[in-house]
Design a protein around this ligand. Structure first.
Ligand code: ADP
Ligand code: ADP
Ligand code: ZN
Length: 213
């Protein structure tokens, strides 16, 4: 099962992708997580990506496509995966479609987690991420058991630099310009499914499970 998560930054793609990955035992592949791991490890890729991420811009396709194709070529992805944050542009989607076609394969579902812009700044300003394991919380909607401490590993939770309101508005603008066209792209391919992302996390997941079966 090969699944793509679509939706604005902060719509809940990562939250749902992690639950899908666990239920269906497939890897959760997040390009944002891969970039952040590279920034933490101070790799060349990380340093390059950081310049764009800090401004809320997209990392150029040349850099992004290669790391994604390498990742999904990995043995653990052969029975499927859930992509979170990729593709984000039409050229990225085309590269993915072509790479899959070469293997006689395709994306089975593109799930659009729909959340209106007015809710996004609140989602992002309340988002907290674990510095160690990447688990995400929301200070109001999905709080950790102990304030600022990760339930899963006990490490500190932080507000991501790019989740500050100024950057969020820029990311939203770029989402509408460059990523939203993917909704038409996957509709034409007959694989788009839309879920109401304003519902409670568990209800959104139940809707997704009823789609995936
Ligand atoms: P969010 O989950 O809030 O949408 P991500 O963790 O997916 O954020 O991505 C964080 C940042 O990483 C993006 O704002 C962008 O700069 C970069 N990034 C992640 N995935 C891609 C991609 N497919 N193409 C270009 N840039 C990307
Ligand atoms: P994305 O990967 O699309 O950027 P996240 O999954 O990181 O989004 O979610 C953004 C923020 O909203 C996080 O703080 C997360 O805990 C919270 N969140 C996720 N789903 C919901 C929901 N259904 N209702 C309320 N808050 C949510
Ligand atoms: Zn953690």
């Amino acid at each position: 099962m090969k699944i793509i998560m679509l939706g604005a930054p902060g719509a809940g793609k990562g939250t749902q992708a992690k639950m899908i990955a666990e239920k269906y035992s497939i890897p959760h592949v997040s390009t944002g997580d891969i970039f952040r791991a590279n920034i933490k490890g101070q790799t060349h890729l990380g340093m390059e990506a950081k310049k764009y991420m800090d401004e809320g811009k997209l990392v150029p396709d040349e850099l992004t496509v290669k790391i994604l194709l390498d990742r999904v070529a990995n043995e653990d992805c052969k029975d499927g995966y859930v992509l979170d944050g990729f593709p984000r542009t039409i050229p990225q989607a085309e590269v993915l479609t072509e790479a899959l076609e070469k293997m006689g394969d395709k994306i089975d579902y593109a799930i659009d987690v729909a959340v209106p812009d007015e809710n996004i700044v609140n989602r992002m300003s309340g988002r907290r991420a674990c510095v160690n394991c990447g688990a995400t919380y929301h200070i109001v909607h999905i709080p950790p058991k102990t304030e600022n401490i990760c339930d899963k590993c006990g490490s500190e939770l932080i507000l991501r630099d790019d989740d500050k309101p100024e950057t969020v508005l820029n990311r939203l603008k770029i989402y509408h310009e460059q990523t939203q066209p993917l909704i038409d792209y996957y509709t034409e391919k007959g694989v788009l499914k839309t879920v109401d992302g304003t519902k409670d996390m568990k209800d959104v997941f139940a809707d997704i499970v009823s789609i995936l079966g």
